[in-house]
Design a protein around this ligand. Structure first.
Ligand SMILES: Cc1cc2nc3c(=O)[nH]c(=O)nc-3n(C[C@H](O)[C@H](O)[C@H](O)COP(=O)(O)O)c2cc1C
Length: 229
């Protein structure tokens, strides 16, 4: 049985084992963690980066990274990403474009393309082609209009399924956007023995603060056997 007591920002828990852990506890509504930097984005790591291309109603190509992103279902296959707040010029273009045109592409962000990925996060007006700004070549998609990022090892062609509206922040809308994945491209040089070899792909992920991770070490574990009877 675990017990403990609150001391300032620390909850000192005493376990039945011989270790004693001190946890910082804070309520998100107060953000009273007492730390020099907000820890919340370090508390859910690593986060994959959905590098999302879209096209505006006027036909301008847009690209931006989103790390509140994940694959959330298969057969049928869905991804989600979350658009939080706004940019210097107003609503985030990716959200506007997806809601207006109903399509987007998720490009996998890798170590090799970390710099253009970061460059594409700049807050630029909706009439600026962000592939050009980031120095990237667009590849045509098969089923949707937004282009794919040349050099990315994986592209997911998506159609907008639903936008879930969360309570807004002081900075604007907080939304979760669900997309149905209708087409998948995989660079065949990244396939080894019938599997996508993540060591060759070298994806990057977002941590907290300005930190990132690169997948370098991979290990395998088998599922536990079903109990008999
Ligand atoms: C690695 C990385 C991950 C990001 N993840 C998110 C995210 O999950 N949600 C979000 O709203 N903004 C996120 N941003 C910020 C957006 O990329 C940024 O606001 C961008 O200007 C939006 O571009 P857009 O207006 O073209 O959509 C992230 C930035 C970086 C560098």
């Amino acid at each position: 049985m675990l017990g403990g007591a609150r001391r300032g920002n620390f909850f000192v828990s005493t376990g039945s084992c011989d270790s004693v852990r001190r946890y910082v506890f804070y309520e998100t509504s107060k953000n009273d963690h007492g730390l020099a930097h907000d820890p919340i984005k370090s508390c859910v790591v690593p986060r994959p980066i959905g590098w999302i291309s879209s096209v505006s109603a006027a036909g301008v190509v847009n690209l931006a990274p989103y790390s509140f992103f994940n694959l959330v279902a298969t057969n049928p296959t869905f991804v989600m990403y979350s658009s939080c707040g706004r940019t210097a010029h107003g609503a985030k273009d990716t959200l506007t474009n997806i809601e207006q045109t109903g399509e987007f592409v998720v490009n996998m962000a890798t170590w090799d393309q970390r710099e253009p990925m970061l460059a594409s996060s700049a807050s630029l007006p909706p009439d600026v082609d962000e592939f050009s700004v980031a120095g990237l070549e667009p590849l045509p998609s098969r089923l949707v209009k937004p282009p794919r990022v040349a050099g990315a090892p994986v592209h997911l062609e998506c159609v907008h399924h639903q936008t879930l509206e969360l309570p807004p922040s002081v900075d604007g809308r907080n939304t979760v956007v669900f997309g149905r994945v209708v087409g998948v491209h995989i660079d065949d040089r990244m396939i080894e023995n019938g599997k996508l070899d993540v060591r060759k792909v070298s994806p990057i992920a977002r941590l907290g603060y300005f930190e990132y991770a690169r997948v370098e070490h991979v290990f395998t574990m088998q599922l536990p056997r079903r109990p008999i009877g």
